[in-house]
Ligand binder design. Structure first.
Ligand code: NI
Length: 176
């Protein structure tokens, strides 16, 4: 395994829609190595999610490990060719997000409070899972990377963008 370079804001790879993955290639050694490298890179950063375009691979894959913030108890997940749907009469969630491709900054976004996701796991098996709360926000953030969208576009109010230290000083205790 090895760490991958993370593309930063301004790199066109972050703005390009990523290509679907041929399910027959999921078992290939190169693909499995990429998955392992992405997990290692995410943990080293550290981050709660990492999408393939962020490591210069423009394909529809992301890894996430949102932990047990708000008790959602979602462990390490590897999602290939994910498709999202939003539950009817679904609620919204506003929270502060950061991104490994936009180091040092955080912003308040608006996300769906729950999402259903169809995807292939790293063995190519079809899965369906509902994610809620913080984990749902992570899924939407990483999924957006596959469409070339960054969290800045999900901010209703761009004045709620802050450096990490200023976020900690002025906003962290606001409850979001
Ligand atoms: Ni990101």
């Amino acid at each position: 395994m090895s760490l991958r370079m993370i593309a930063r804001l301004g790199n066109p790879v972050l703005l390009r829609p990523a290509d679907p993955i041929d399910p027959d290639l999921v078992g290939a050694k190169d693909f499995q190595r990429l998955v392992d490298d992405m997990i290692e890179t995410m943990m080293e950063a550290p981050g709660v999610g990492l999408a393939a375009p962020q490591v210069h691979e423009s394909i529809r894959l992301f890894v996430m490990d949102p932990g047990d913030r708000d008790d959602s108890d979602v462990g390490l997940e590897i999602l290939v060719n994910p498709r999202l749907s939003v539950p009817e009469d679904g609620d919204y969630l506003s929270l502060w997000e950061g991104c490994l491709s936009i180091p040092g900054l955080r912003g308040e976004t608006l996300r769906h409070a729950a999402v259903d996701v169809d995807y292939l796991d790293r063995n190519g098996e079809p899965r369906r899972r509902r994610f809620e709360g913080f984990a749902a926000a992570v899924v939407q953030h990483e999924y957006d990377h596959l469409d070339g969208v960054l969290f800045l576009k999900r901010m209703p109010d761009l004045s709620l963008l802050a450096f990490d230290d200023q976020y900690a000083r002025w906003f962290q205790d606001c409850g979001s």
